[in-house]
Design a binder for this molecule. Sequence first.
Ligand SMILES: *Cc1c(COP(=O)(O)O)cnc(C)c1O
Length: 410
Amino acid sequence: MHQDHRALGLAPLSTVARNSVSGAIDIAQGKPVQPVTLVRPHAAARAARFFVEKFPGRSMYAVKANPSPDLIKILFDNGITTFDVASIGEVRMVARTVPEATLCFMHPVKAEEAITEAYFKHGVRTFSLDSMEELEKIMRATRNASDLTLCVRLRVSSEHSKLSLASKFGVSPQDAKPLLFAARQAADALGICFHVGSQAMTPEAYADAMERVRAAIVDAAVTVDVIDVGGGFPSTYPGMEPPPLERYFETIHRAFESLPISYSAELWAEPGRALCAEYSSIVVRVEKRRGNELYINDGAYGALFDAAHIGWRFPVALLREPESTVRDHPFSFYGPTCDDIDHMAGPFLLPADIQTSDYFEIGMLGAYGSAMRTAFNGFGSDETVIVEDEPMASMYAIVEREAASNVVKL
Ligand SMILES: *Cc1c(COP(=O)(O)O)cnc(C)c1O
């Protein structure tokens, strides 16, 4: 199927994608010289509906994970109407893209001018903070506004997550009491937020963090109106297959229900990765093979930053017809730039007979992949095509099939 890319604000289609396109294999058959980004609106819509229907509170989207305006519109249209923004650039972009959305400025260290513009120009009322200094800054920047929701960011452990977010932000348990007390005085609504680290591999991460929240509330003896469990909800990658998201939601709900907070307190979450990982992938070409090393046309400065710098293993699939029948073999990749660190160790499993000019898809790049591309060394491409086939893995597809078969059983 072909959609009007201009209407969606995507890059113009190249000759490769002008035909009707249903999946990755069609792209490879067009033999594109540059890497091509595939986007799957249906996958992002499905993830959004899943959170809207099943998370026992309000889900906002952490824009940092993938700031594509097209994606933001898809999420909004599927019920995600609140956005976690971290910079004035994100505030402006989301306000422009979905003017009716609610924005929450959840970076604990902000420029004063950014707070002023967000409050007075874009209607932002929710801000996070992790220090007295930031609290004073927010009050100055909003001229002592009386309609603020202030979320104090607690430091929690990242031990269950693949990417730590434990050292940079968050007030330590010892210092939380005076800050919660001061924020309570200044705020219309007081929240407590945290981030367990990205790609949390077990629901226990949230249970542990909620225990810290409980201790902080008891210690400070303040009334809390919002508990925001942050991001960290996982996606699925080779060697990193987490339990179903429902288990996370159950654990969070149970912990939330037992906190000493008011009956009307709200539960919020800020998923980034989980809402967008399945949204996009890339089709790349092999430019050279040297033993087990494939030189490909995208890399660390393109969509593969995480594969290069933190050893993330994304799923891969050869796009060749007829399909190779040769057994899989472990490969590492070199990206196109002249830099030695443009290297992705993997291992990535591809048929052992893969060779120069073969194409393959690298999946699950919707989160922190597309968002971090650069044009370093003259490489990279903005070519984007909408496809309708399934993402290479999914936290949601199986759930939908189960739901469908349940309906049949009834
Ligand atoms: C990065 C970030 C998120 C999103 O994290 P994911 O692991 O992608 O879900 C949410 N909230 C804050 C404050 C963040 O910095």
